[in-house]
Design a protein around this ligand. Structure first.
Ligand code: GLN
Length: 544
């Protein structure tokens, strides 16, 4: 690859949740559209070694990569925008950095030296960033630093950034994302918090090269000039990032601001022609101009925080665009179903997704939602725990197996139709011990899934401990629930479907992780199509 790898660092200030991940992914998209190979990594300042052990209420969904890393949900955005797989190397936490350093210290690698934040922790951070660049696979590595500048926790990352900027010179660039608040009383946008935030970064030795301002209203040239004057940047290096209707608008909005051109000029990357965003624009056009409408229920136990199901919601959005269908999601709390009238809560939905999850809470509600979908022939997609609940529901209500449970909810039940495999029994550590990452799956010819995928060999990502119990397989098949996807290496059931139903599929894997703008997931596309057919039929019935 010609030239040195270029490094872009994205920090945030003033407030959290400004969308550093989306800005990073959007910039990466623009550079990719101009023909550059780009990857994005996230540095997370918390002490957990990975987010796998975090409750979704803390940080939203845990995103899983092909190589089985449990990562921050921003990696999902990176993949959805770039359509390039990420890996463990794309997400590093302070916990992992410290754990690596402590391991080395125990091995004696530091030869008796006092092990310190500077240089040992900062070197470990720098190595993690440079490793991606040194792989030779990318022309540009974008590094998003989690948290807000000034936080105690992110200080070592900002210090590593300072050192890398010094070492790399013109091959490194720092983008600072801030917030421009609007004061209702005086009707004004205010730049002072941005000025202070850029100064805070400067006090740590890092001069921002580009300031991106998140704002709800258009910024004037006067405001840009003011920020430029106070922050040692040029006026055209101050950009606005307005609130967007869809996250997929952001690359085009930043294109208007010429973020890509300013970045490429600063990094001495050749500018050639216009970025190729035709497919992106056609996706957006379909997303915004739907011809039909459906309503689906997403049944889960973390629905208060929608980020807990980020990839599912995005995959549904991609599938909606493909079908030119406006999909409204009803977020249904599984515990409400367990106590209430399932039919009235779910009445009028054209499809039901039962979400992944862990533990006992809300499981009975999920099982009732599935019974409702099965009996009323409503399109149903069960993901991971959602698939396991479908298997339990079928056992109880069709196979008439009393006392059917997943071993996760009742380890003493007589019929544990979902259970731990031998290799999971006895594992006590919670971190990184599940069946994680990509596994091969063979689809049985003639089944619904083989038609949907249009092939018989697939690979999908997993994150679970429990499995379909093969001792019951024949009973399921005889009664119409077909194991239609099997793991070729160990014969585990990865997909079940019901023959006598318009669309009923449960997957032990998580299809949502692999849905991207450039490649929407076939299962979601087919599911949304089925919900739109169901909506059509329902409206014809209502009119008749
Ligand atoms: N709790 C279930 C298991 O561990 C399902 C996990 C999930 O839905 N991701 O097998």
């Amino acid at each position: 690859m010609a030239g040195n790898c270029k490094y872009i660092f994205v920090t945030g200030g003033v407030a959290s949740s400004l969308g550093k991940g989306i800005v990073s992914a959007s910039l990466a998209k623009l550079l990719q559209a101009r023909g550059h190979s780009v990857t994005i990594m996230k540095l997370d300042p918390y002490i957990n070694v990975d987010p796998g052990t975090l409750n979704p209420y803390e940080h939203g969904e845990c995103y899983v990569t092909d190589d089985g890393a449990e990562t921050d949900l921003d990696l999902g955005h990176y993949e959805r925008f770039l359509n390039v797989p990420t890996s463990q190397a794309n997400n590093i936490t302070s916990g992992r950095i410290y754990s690596n350093v402590i391991d080395k210290e125990r091995k004696g690698d530091y030869l008796g030296k006092t092990v310190q934040v500077i240089p040992h922790i900062t070197d470990e951070i720098k190595n993690a960033v440079m490793k991606l660049g040194d792989s030779g696979r990318y022309e540009v590595v974008i590094t998003e630093i989690g948290g807000t500048v000034g936080d105690i926790e992110s200080l070592p990352y900002v210090e590593a950034l300072r050192q890398m900027k010094y070492d790399l010179g013109e091959d490194a660039l720092s983008i600072h994302l801030t917030y421009i608040p609007y004061l209702q009383a005086s009707g004004e946008l205010k730049t002072k918090p941005t000025q202070h935030s850029v100064k805070m970064l400067l006090s740590l030795g890092v001069q921002a090269d580009i300031v991106v301002c998140r704002s709800s209203y258009e910024m004037t040239e006067e405001m840009r000039k003011k920020i430029a004057t106070f922050c040692n940047v040029k006026q055209h290096e101050v950009m606005q990032s307005l609130d967007a209707e869809s996250i997929y608008d952001v690359p085009l909005m930043l294109l208007e601001e010429k973020l890509d051109i300013v970045v490429m000029n600063k990094l001495n990357l050749p500018l050639s022609g216009e970025p190729d965003l035709d497919n992106w624009k056609s996706f957006l056009h379909k997303l915004k101009n739907p011809k039909t409408k459906t309503r689906i229920a997403l049944v889960g136990k973390y629905v208060e925080l929608k980020d807990s199901y980020k990839s599912i919601a995005e995959a549904v959005g991609h599938a909606g665009a493909v079908n030119e269908c406006d999909v409204e999601i009803d977020w249904i709390h599984s515990e409400d179903l367990g106590n209430g009238d399932v039919a009235s809560i779910l009445s009028g939905v054209h499809g039901i997704i039962v979400a992944p999850g862990f533990g006992e809470r809300g499981v009975e509600g999920k099982i009732q939602a599935i019974q409702y979908a099965r009996e009323n022939k409503i399109p149903f997609l069960g993901i991971c725990l959602g698939m396991q609940c479908a298997v339990v529901e079928f056992a109880r209500n069709v196979l008439k197996l009393e006392d059917a449970f997943s071993g996760e909810t009742n380890g003493n039940a007589k019929n544990r139709v979902i259970d731990l495999m031998d290799n999971q029994v006895g594992i006590v550590n919670k971190g990184g011990t599940m069946r994680l990452g990509a596994y091969r799956c063979n689809l049985v010819e003639g089944t619904r899934v083989s038609k949907i995928y249009g092939r018989t060999e697939i690979s999908e990502r997993h994150r679970h401990r429990y499995e379909f119990n093969n001792m019951y397989r024949a009973q399921y098949e005889e009664n119409g629930m077909i194991p239609s996807g099997l793991n070729p290496d160990n014969d585990l059931v990865e997909i079940v479907e019901i023959k006598d139903h318009p669309w009923f599929i449960g997957t032990q894997f998580h299809p949502e992780y692999k849905s991207t703008v450039a490649s929407p997931h076939p299962l979601f596309c087919s599911f949304i199509e089925a919900t739109s057919v169901h909506a059509q039929v329902q409206s014809e019935v209502a009119e008749a």
